[in-house]
Design a protein around this ligand. Structure first.
Ligand SMILES: CC(C)(COP(=O)(O)OP(=O)(O)OC[C@H]1O[C@@H](n2cnc3c(N)ncnc32)[C@H](O)[C@@H]1OP(=O)(O)O)[C@@H](O)C(=O)NCCC(=O)NCCS
Length: 165
């Protein structure tokens, strides 16, 4: 029986390169985005409560233990931006994403952050539904953000209770 957990991550630049290779593969498989190793390494995600890795603790720290991530960063004075949020396909739809989201809401409360913002492909119906259900709305159309087509900038207020959904 796998022992799956969200754990706190390190800065992308300090991830072992084998781990960054699995991150790169995840982004390609689940978002269709092609990242170079150096682009992943230079993502400005601090080692903080908004940097989460989904891992199988029975395999950790082997790179094969890596199942997903939520990489968020403090944004402007009172916001948080989710720069990346993806789980391997076989781990989607079981509540792991909701768990990370609720954790992030708690992080926002602890750090006086009032809104959450992110970019998503306009074609990504599943993720857009996930965010809408959690109070985010499309605020801008992004014409040149994704190579593959239209993007949306979504944001919304942090709910007052982290278990409100
Ligand atoms: C988006 C994502 C992180 C959500 O995490 P998750 O663990 O799958 O989500 P949960 O199981 O907690 O919640 C499922 C909810 O999300 C929505 N959802 C997420 N992906 C969906 C999909 N592909 N199709 C339909 N609904 C989807 C549903 O609204 C579902 O609602 P429900 O609880 O009423 O069934 C995950 O599905 C994922 O990695 N998707 C692929 C990568 C991606 O699109 N990332 C977002 C880029 S901005």
């Amino acid at each position: 029986m796998a022992n799956i957990q969200w754990i706190l991550g390190v800065e992308p630049a300090n991830l072992p390169s084998e781990w960054r290779a699995t991150v790169k593969e995840l982004f390609l498989q689940e978002t269709g985005e092609v990242y170079a190793d150096v682009s992943i390494a230079s993502l400005p995600i601090p080692a903080w409560d908004g940097n989460l890795l989904l891992v199988d603790m029975d395999r950790y720290p082997d790179p094969s233990s890596f199942k997903g991530l939520m990489w968020a960063l403090p944004f402007l004075e009172d916001g948080v931006r989710i720069a990346a949020f993806a789980l391997q396909a076989e781990y989607q739809g079981f509540g792991w994403g909701s768990l990370a989201w609720n954790h992030l809401v708690g992080v926002c409360h602890a750090n006086q952050k009032n809104f959450i913002q992110l970019e998503v492909k306009a074609s990504n119906d599943g993720a857009i539904k996930f965010y809408r259900t959690r109070g985010l709305e499309v605020k801008k159309h992004l014409e040149n953000y994704y190579k593959s087509g239209l993007g949306y900038m979504m944001n919304g207020p942090v709910p007052s209770n982290s278990n409100s959904n």
